[in-house]
Design a protein around this ligand. Structure first.
Ligand SMILES: CC(C)(COP(=O)(O)OP(=O)(O)OC[C@H]1O[C@@H](n2cnc3c(N)ncnc32)[C@H](O)[C@@H]1OP(=O)(O)O)[C@@H](O)C(=O)NCCC(=O)NCCS
Length: 330
């Protein structure tokens, strides 16, 4: 047990943004050999949002951040740290957090990106808690933003139908009103990283004029990822509940990473949480990676599914592999 578990950590504001442009399964039928029926039955996804030309992950994050700040009743100038989860940054350098900071008119905050793929938001909660534990006056803006559609191979039907763009944001402080972060636990296994990759990093020594290879885009062994996702999301959720002396009866709502409806149902089954207490919105947004959990939180609040007084269990899994779970008491 770390000392920071004894420090209060409040998630005070939530915001989310998805681009206007929507790609339905029927639109995808015109791009690759697929059907709405296949995508719906295998994944539950009906549509996903796509960033407009010239609109980037940092723009989506700034929109979500403005809403989160308004929700927290705070001004951008009060923020001391901008920590941004993404596996689809605008650039390798500068980091996307600095770009978000500039778009919000913040100068002087500590700003950095981190990549935990789809687990980014839960990893970010863990980091934000550590920051406010070390520095109780800190005002942390956590953003999670993805431009996945920019890194999809539109000729690979096994991956291009799964992902969408979007962003979510939260403001985290040691004090004040807001959801209490009761616990968070993050884990990883780098031995399995090759099962889900997005290239374009420096391990591929591209020279000017070289054609872009398939490695530049999302590549995935879907079946293996599926198995590990179910096993690890369920196990880490159970672990977090047990170490807090709780059972799933104490959880009002499970908000899982929105990758695939069958993964979500299998996790719910393993944990013994009935479907009416499991929040699902992937039919509207697809898998938005790091943005999926904060997008789901904001959506669940807007739809009145997530209400004050509820204890919420977050569960995530992503490339790396990374996974995590958190308990938020609203
Ligand atoms: C990707 C996924 C939906 C594929 O479902 P699946 O039931 O495992 O399907 P398979 O990969 O075994 O493919 C079955 C068949 O469907 C075909 N297929 C794949 N994508 C298709 C598509 N979009 N449309 C139509 N057919 C498709 C395959 O080519 C294969 O055909 P074949 O039997 O003739 O070779 C599933 O594995 C999955 O969701 N995995 C987890 C992925 C994920 O969420 N990752 C992110 C986690 S953070």
């Amino acid at each position: 047990m770390t000392a920071s578990r004894d420090i209060a950590c409040r998630v005070r504001g939530f915001g989310a943004y998805t681009p206007v442009d929507v790609l339905t399964n029927f639109d995808l039928e015109k791009i690759v050999e697929t059907t709405d029926e296949w995508i719906t039955t295998r994944t539950g996804i009906k549509q996903r949002h796509r960033l407009a030309e010239g609109q980037n992950a940092s723009d989506a994050a700034a929109e979500a951040a403005r809403l989160a700040l308004a929700d927290a009743g705070m001004e951008p100038g009060e923020i001391t740290h901008v920590i941004n989860a993404t596996c689809t940054p605008d650039y390798l350098c500068p980091n996307t957090a600095c770009l978000i900071e500039a778009k919000l008119g913040i100068v002087g905050a500590m700003a950095f990106d981190f990549n935990a793929a789809c687990s980014g938001y839960v990893y970010g909660l863990s980091m934000a808690r550590a920051i406010v534990a070390a520095q109780p006056e800190a005002r942390v803006l956590l953003t999670a933003t993805e431009a996945l559609t920019r890194r999809l191979n539109w000729a690979d039907r096994s991956t291009c139908v799964l992902f969408g763009d979007g962003a979510g944001a939260s403001v985290i402080t040691a004090d004040g009103e807001g959801a209490l972060l009761e616990d968070v636990r993050c884990a990883s296994d780098g031995n399995l990283g090759g099962l889900l990759t997005i290239g374009g990093g420096t391990s591929t020594p591209y020279a000017k004029g070289d054609p872009i290879g398939d490695d530049f885009f999302v590549q995935m062994n879907g079946r293996d990822v599926f198995k590990h996702a179910v096993r690890n999301m369920a196990a880490i959720s159970q672990e977090v509940l047990e170490r807090n002396g709780l059972t799933t009866d104490d959880v009002a709502l499970l908000i899982p990473h929105q990758a695939n409806l069958r993964i979500i149902e299998a996790v719910g089954d393993r944990l013994g949480i009935p479907t009416e207490r499991v929040f699902v919105n992937l039919h509207e947004f697809g898998n938005t990676s790091a943005a999926s959990v904060p997008l789901a939180i904001a959506d669940a609040r807007a739809k009145g599914v997530l209400r004050p007084g509820m204890r919420v269990l977050l569960a995530t899994f992503g490339g790396g592999f990374t996974w995590g779970a958190a308990l938020l008491h609203f």
